[in-house]
Design a protein around this ligand. Sequence first.
Ligand code: ARG
Length: 464
Amino acid sequence: MPEEKPWSGRFARPTDAAVKAFTASIDVDRRLFAYDIAGSIAHAHMLAHVKVLSEKERDAIIRGLESIKTDIEAGKFPWESELEDVHMNIEARLIERIGDVGKKLHTGRSRNDQVATDMRLYLRDSVDALCQRIARVQAALLAMAERETETIMPGFTHLQAAQPVTFGHHMLAWFEMLSRDHARMKDCRKRVNILPLGAAALAGTSYPIDREYAARLLGFDGVAENSLDAVSDRDFAVEFVAAAALLMTHMSRFCEEIILWASSAFGFIELGDDLCTGSSIMPQKKNPDVAELIRGKTGRLNGALVALLTVMKAQPLAYNRDNQEDKEPLFDAVDTVGASLDVFARLLEGMELDRDAMLRAAQDGFPTATDLADYLVRKGVAFRDAHELVGKLVRLGMDTGKDLSQMSLSELQGMCKEIESDVFDILTLEGSVNARSHVGGTAPAQVRQAIQRARKRLAAYDDR
Ligand code: ARG
């Protein structure tokens, strides 16, 4: 019987070579090694704590695991796809190194609760690292909002200039979206940080284990209540990828704006040379490829979400090998959103504004028409009538090539006798933004207060 696999005892014939290759996951799951070893060390401590292992056995196992970790980190570990996955590679090597006592590590445990534990430890770390990166992007947004509190730009609906807004206000809109992304990550972390270990294969174990003890050692907030659930569900990964896809969608939307703003048609911003790429044929080009790639990579997150939901959708309780397919989408989601956050922060930090271009664009297309309608309402005109009158003035402006603020008082009064000379205060862009002075509004005075509140919220993050 040439088979080396720990489970080969009941088999009369060795596994088919194609099946070995098909079922092996070592190339993907070896990146879990540090979590696998941490989980095994905690398990060994727990087994000794309940006297299933002697202290001597525990210490030999832990020393062996630590030396394996050192070798893996040094790139000196001989990974073998023959041994299927990260768990069996490490266990086999442990037995090789420390002898028969190594065979006791797997007491009261299964790869099913082991892999679920590894995945949760991995994801907990990933969530924490991503939260820090989200905070960095938010800090960049706040710095820009602070610098550009008074800067006026066109606000758009339907990508048509609608009403003037302040650039600071616009930055705070993205800040809010990322705040919710951060909160979703934190919320997801609560359900990630639960220990499956002790569930064993599916039904629990006959040893007198102390799950709370292992949970404390590994920094889990609690233990999974039900062993069948603990080994089978991957909803924690689905939840994370859903939150990450939404975060990526927010970045993608912002990148779409960055791409538009950096185009010569808009000319609102200039991106750092070090963050753009050129064209191999057109010497004049400076392309916003980083923003385009963030937008493009959003598809990976959406794909990962669908992949994980599909892996789960037809699985009866409890563990099924389908679950091995959770790793590639999850790892890719973590890597993609992390790298995107990093370059996104740099993109924002190196962005320069052409304030004049934004101001000129804000002046286009009768941006203060709503202000004039509101003014007429304050003078006693009903809003629907005011809307109609201002519409006619806009028509006149289009015919004569004049903005509302460039019309004479008599021209304006010709359309509506309620208009007085104070109208010119509200027809300017500054008048328009200053008028929107309430919580959530675009007036610089409000934006300044919103920035103060945002700074406090950011400072209250516990992961910075
Ligand atoms: N490599 C497997 C996975 O990722 C580990 C668990 C295998 N368990 C089993 N009973 N075949 O899910």
